[in-house]
Design a protein around this ligand. Structure first.
Ligand SMILES: Nc1ncnc2c1ncn2[C@@H]1O[C@H](COP(=O)(O)OP(=O)(O)OP(=O)(O)O)[C@@H](O)[C@H]1O
Ligand SMILES: [Mg+2]
Length: 285
């Protein structure tokens, strides 16, 4: 049985989770005396097989959270923990963390190297993290990954460069690359907002399927409340660095408590869209 520590939380209960604990991130602003507090004492825990959506207006601190998880930024205070332990700052342990926690960026074009083939983009993380199955060659692993994200014929796709693919196909490559090391957690920062509206749902459905199959813990950052609702178990609403509301997705959308959440919902482009999206998702599944 889990024991309780002084804070009344379960001791040794962090196994299998990625925890963001009381994180504060301040930036120095040139010419200003006060620092900018981009993230103000935010805590949450990603668990395998679960998606948390992070929503909020531009500048509310969403990407700062993503960057802090990825160790691209250091928290001013607070901590990021994996399996109950602080994320290592360097060395082999940090490499192992990078294998566990991967990112899908907003702009697939910017995140892929125009000079390298798709196969090369996948080969690097596979070799770096020795992520091949028993009796599997690197080429077989590349083919497996491309098939998983519905990019076929695999030999042909592997030989292409990023500009020879459509935007949706490029984002599928970025997703395959994020899965390549055998990751356990995925941080997706507006993964479909640069894509044409007509293909967004396909890419989100793909992410949802892979998450189920691989039991990934996902942080889904978005401006879109409709997809946040349908692709997430829980929604956290950020406003100027604070999490102002959080809860099960349906509850937050159908029964918002905070004024800011109500305003966000009222500002959603089409009030009917939430229902419409549900129907579209059902049809696509
Ligand atoms: N490296 C930095 N130096 C200084 N200020 C920064 C830096 N990165 C972000 N900020 C500031 O921190 C705040 C939060 O930025 P962040 O990128 O996290 O917002 P966001 O919620 O992701 O917005 P968007 O929806 O537009 O992507 C903003 O005021 C931003 O200007
Ligand atoms: Mg952002």
């Amino acid at each position: 049985m889990a024991t309780l520590n002084e804070q009344g939380t379960k001791a040794n209960s962090g196994e299998g989770t990625l925890e963001f604990r009381n994180v504060v991130k301040e930036y120095r602003v040139r010419g200003a005396h006060k620092k900018l507090r981009a993230v103000n004492d935010v805590s949450f825990t990603l668990e395998p097989g679960k998606t948390i959506a992070l929503v909020g207006e531009s500048g509310s601190g969403k990407s700062t959270i993503a960057k802090t998880i990825l160790q691209l930024e250091r928290p001013t205070s607070g901590d990021v923990l994996i399996d109950g332990k602080s994320v290592p700052r360097r060395g082999r342990a940090l490499k192992r963390y990078r294998k566990d926690v991967q990112m899908v960026f907003q702009d697939p074009f910017a995140s892929l190297n125009p000079f390298h083939s798709i196969g090369h983009h996948l080969e690097r993380p596979i070799r770096l993290h020795k992520a091949v199955g028993a009796d599997q060659t690197v080429d077989e692993r590349i083919a497996e990954l491309l098939t998983r994200v519905n990019l076929e014929p695999v030999e042909e796709i592997a030989g292409r460069r990023p500009h020879e693919l459509s935007g949706g196909q490029r984002q599928r490559v970025a997703i395959a690359r994020a899965l390549a090391p055998g990751s356990r957690f995925l941080i997706a920062d507006e993964p479909v907002s640069m894509l044409d509206v007509s293909i967004r749902l396909g890419v989100l459905n793909l992410l949802a399927r892979l998450q189920r199959e691989e039991n990934l813990g996902v942080l889904y950052i978005t401006h879109d409340l409709a997809t946040a609702r349908h692709f997430s178990d829980e929604i956290m609403v950020m406003y100027r660095g604070d999490v102002v509301e959080r809860g099960p997705s349906d509850e937050v959308i159908l029964n918002p408590q905070h004024d800011y959440t109500k305003r966000l919902l009222a500002a959603a482009p089409d009030p009917d869209r939430l229902g419409q999206m549900r129907d579209e998702v059902r049809r696509a599944l």
